[in-house]
Design a protein around this ligand. Structure first.
Ligand code: ATP
Length: 199
């Protein structure tokens, strides 16, 4: 599995549609300061469901929408699509190509698509949980990230290790099972009360 392409429209400094294609080897992106290199990694994190505008270096999420220059009007929306090559069936329930799209309008309306089907954010998160690729996957290491990891408190470090060893999906399933168990237990108690009343 590898990242095949990245398409951005109206995302940060990329007003017009820009598509970058990658192969399975190493790609280096070079350019002068302020030319948009970090905006590319921001786009990848954003399409994978990043919810923190701060970690995308903005104040609010709408800041990812191209805000205009002397040569180009502002855009009304931002859209990023990544295409993953899945011919090795890394993601077993998906076809050989997986596209993920995120779109955000200035009005605040936002959509996610997996292979052109509208999905919820948590479905995007579920695909990538435990793969090391999700928004918390540390497959993207930004400037200053390593220092942040070294200085993080024990709880944060624990969650980083949990993501790395791949137990996040199991933990969220355990939480859901615990909730169901609690609700079944309270139903049982109600039934017991009713039985006592009827006896
Ligand atoms: P450096 O090498 O200094 O880290 P870089 O190549 O990583 O720089 P970025 O930080 O990716 O550069 O890009 C910064 C540029 O993106 C700035 O010129 C900034 O004005 C522009 N930019 C960021 N958000 C938007 C936006 N919403 N609309 C228009 N331009 C934006």
């Amino acid at each position: 599995m590898y990242l095949k392409s990245l398409r951005m429209v109206g995302f940060k400094s990329f007003a017009r549609a820009v598509e970058l294609t990658f192969n399975s080897n190493i790609t280096a992106i070079i350019g002068p300061n302020g030319s948009g290199k970090s905006n590319i990694t921001d786009a990848i994190r954003w399409v994978l469901g990043e919810q923190s505008s701060k970690s995308l270096r903005g104040k609010q999420m709408e800041d990812v929408i191209f805000s205009g220059t002397d040569f180009h009007n502002p855009m009304g929306y931002a859209e990023v699509t990544i295409l993953l090559d899945n011919s090795d069936q890394y993601f077993k329930e998906f076809p050989d190509e997986i596209s993920i799209t995120r779109r955000l309008f200035k009005t605040g309306e936002s959509t996610y698509l997996i292979n052109n089907q509208s999905v919820r954010l948590r479905e995007v998160h579920a695909v990538f949980a435990d793969t090391g690729l999700g928004k918390n996957g540390y497959s993207i290491v930004g400037q200053g990230n390593i220092e942040n990891i070294i200085n993080s408190d024990p709880n944060t470090l624990r969650s980083i290790i949990e993501e790395a060893v791949g137990i996040v999906n199991y933990k969220s399933r355990e939480n859901e099972a615990q909730k169901e168990l609690k609700s079944a237990q309270s139903n049982m108690e109600r039934i017991q009360d009713l039985i006592i009343e009827l006896e």
